[in-house]
Design a protein around this ligand. Structure first.
Ligand code: ZN
Length: 238
């Protein structure tokens, strides 16, 4: 059986001497695994289609439940993310997030559109890659059931004036008066940055380091996942 579907390569593992098993995020079928043959040989015709970030229309042949890539026509390679180390790790963190949070075979068209648009703006836009990643992570966390609430104090409803405490168990923020030792204090500027990013607008010209560190911390304690590329990005940023 042959099938055609557009997808973005999230990553792959080596298989045998020259083959790879790819993890491809598709709009119609969610994340799928597919074998691609001979791509480690020099001059392999489908090598491009096995690279992370590659967005292509794939042709799969299915046999015994296993897909094999038999053809691909490139839509976008997002090649420019490789030309800048921050863009590279920020975009890599997006792929990794999807790999860890979207289970194989679960269709998530919202996540697909979010990933595609975020890769486009990180490749072709002028905005800070850290801000684009912060926006992506906040939306992606929401889609995965780990959304954060950026309203006023989650306990008493008062506006934050200078001190903000992050209740990471609940994904909310509380004021100094309501803080009872559960959670940790964060900078007001970090809160305001994330609130802006949560509105879908990547803050530009502001340092994304602390907001990204908070998201990294939240993902590891709340969702118990580690996004390695996010940790790498934080390391090179510091
Ligand atoms: Zn309060």
């Amino acid at each position: 059986m042959e099938e055609k579907t557009s997808g973005i390569v999230l990553g792959g593992t080596n298989y045998g001497e020259n083959d790879k098993i790819l993890s491809i995020f598709t709009l119609e079928q969610g994340v799928v695994s597919a074998k691609i043959k001979g791509v480690k040989k020099a001059g392999a015709k489908l090598k491009f289609a096995s690279e992370p970030f590659c967005f292509a229309e794939y042709v799969f042949a299915s046999k015994g439940g296993m897909r094999t890539v038999t053809g691909a026509s490139l839509i976008d390679s997002f090649y420019t993310v490789r030309e800048d180390i921050r863009r590279f790790f920020a975009a890599g963190a997006m792929l990794e997030f999807v790999r860890k949070f979207v289970k194989e075979g679960i269709i998530s068209s919202e996540m697909f559109v979010l990933l595609l648009n975020s890769l486009k703006s990180i490749s072709y836009g002028k905005l800070d890659p850290g801000g684009i990643l912060a926006c992506f992570l906040l939306s992606a966390l929401k889609l995965s059931g780990y959304g954060l609430g950026f309203g006023d104090c989650a306990e008493c409803g008062s506006r934050f004036i200078n001190r903000v405490f992050f209740d990471y168990a609940r994904g909310t923020f509380i004021c100094e008066k309501c803080f009872n030792g559960e959670g940790r204090e964060i900078n007001l500027s970090t809160f305001l940055y994330l609130k802006k990013a949560d509105g879908g607008e990547p803050p530009d010209g502001e340092n994304a380091l602390k907001p990204l560190k908070l998201l990294d911390f939240y993902i590891s304690v709340k969702a118990e996942e580690n996004i390695k590329s996010l940790k790498e990005l934080i390391k090179i940023w510091e």
